[in-house]
Design a protein around this ligand. Sequence first.
Ligand SMILES: Cc1cc2nc3c(=O)[nH]c(=O)nc-3n(C[C@H](O)[C@H](O)[C@H](O)COP(=O)(O)OP(=O)(O)OC[C@H]3O[C@@H](n4cnc5c(N)ncnc54)[C@H](O)[C@@H]3O)c2cc1C
Length: 393
Amino acid sequence: MNPQALIAGGGIGGLAAALACARAGCDVRLYEQAAAFSEVGAGVQLGPNAVRRLHGWGLAQALAAVAAQPGHLCVRNAISGQPLATLPLNPDMAQRYGAPYCTVHRADLHAVLLDALAREGGARLKTACPVRAVRQDGGSVTLSLMSDLDVEGDLLVGADGLWSTVRQHLLGDGAAVPTGHVAYRALAVQQALPAALRSQQVTAWLGPRLHVVAYPVRRGELLNLVAIVQGPPRGDAQDWDQAAVAAELQAAMGETCTAVRDLVQAMPHWRLWMLNARAPVSGPQALVNGRVALLGDAAHPMLPYLAQGAGMAIEDAAELGSLLTMTSAAALDVPLALSRYALNRWQRVARVQARSLRNGRIFHATGAMQAARDGALRLLGRHILDVPWLYAG
Ligand SMILES: Cc1cc2nc3c(=O)[nH]c(=O)nc-3n(C[C@H](O)[C@H](O)[C@H](O)COP(=O)(O)OP(=O)(O)OC[C@H]3O[C@@H](n4cnc5c(N)ncnc54)[C@H](O)[C@@H]3O)c2cc1C
């Protein structure tokens, strides 16, 4: 009989896990709390490490049809606007790392995964089905759904994001903690922007106590702008979609260069969410217990300073899929496959989490540290911006 895989959460991580598990021969049932798969969110960046996995699932064409492939990453000082360093992205990354560097609307990537699941079959997806509790014994794992229904499977993937219910059943380590950073996001149709503000590149402006990133999504038709500033928590910490206005962001940013000010002003609508974090994963025991595995933000919430939140969730799913494929072929048991998954993944995700945290401190540096940052970027440029262990790994 095929292994029965249960998945909690239908974000990028949950859908990628559903696809990987279905391809590994599992019967998949996925439970998402939201009433419908939503369009909420804006851009996500996908390094070649993640794009390679999507290509490996046969999604190269589907991804290329919705993503953008920016030519360069250009890092600038947010106050002076001066360029500090440049890293060629496309086509260089494909030559060096076997896949392009893509920028994509979260909803478009989500739709690519949903379409692949619908085409291939093997997974049943249920919305409006929040997972309430988890229990396991030696032979199976049981999910209790809000609807008072219990479902049983051979394994459970907790892909239920930053505020994961499955994680609390597994680790009981409490909620993620506020970082004091607030992320504002906006999207604009490029054609509707003044020509000087349109861009097909990734641009990052680093300031004291803030940074701003702009990049194209949806084949380059939209410009995505994210500004991260420091400030007290506001609104519901779990709400990805709080209302915001440009004036409030301008006030929080203080002095910045004209390009940043003009871009912020030109965006038609602003939304915001609070950044919350956890310490990096401390060992394999933090990812798996018996028949339950955590994946994506539920396992290792990523701050957006290395742009690897979606990428690490996709890598997790690919690893899980290949271990489950081996398990079916060799008639191995599920807990063994999951413990392998934890062993293979924990050091890499911990390293990416730690590097993201460190980047946050550097991006927002003040005083002497800021001067040292800018000097190092001017001197070493692409050697600092390129991350071979991450993109090739
Ligand atoms: C609505 C939303 C908007 C986002 N917007 C952006 C953005 O603009 N830019 C960016 O860089 N990142 C954004 N992210 C985060 C980004 O998608 C993730 O960091 C990354 O893709 C890892 O995905 P994940 O699947 O692990 O977690 P998530 O994307 O957080 O997905 C988790 C899923 O689990 C569901 N869930 C939670 N609890 C339960 C439960 N008890 N039972 C069943 N389902 C549950 C959630 O509704 C969600 O669909 C957003 C996430 C969400 C949920």
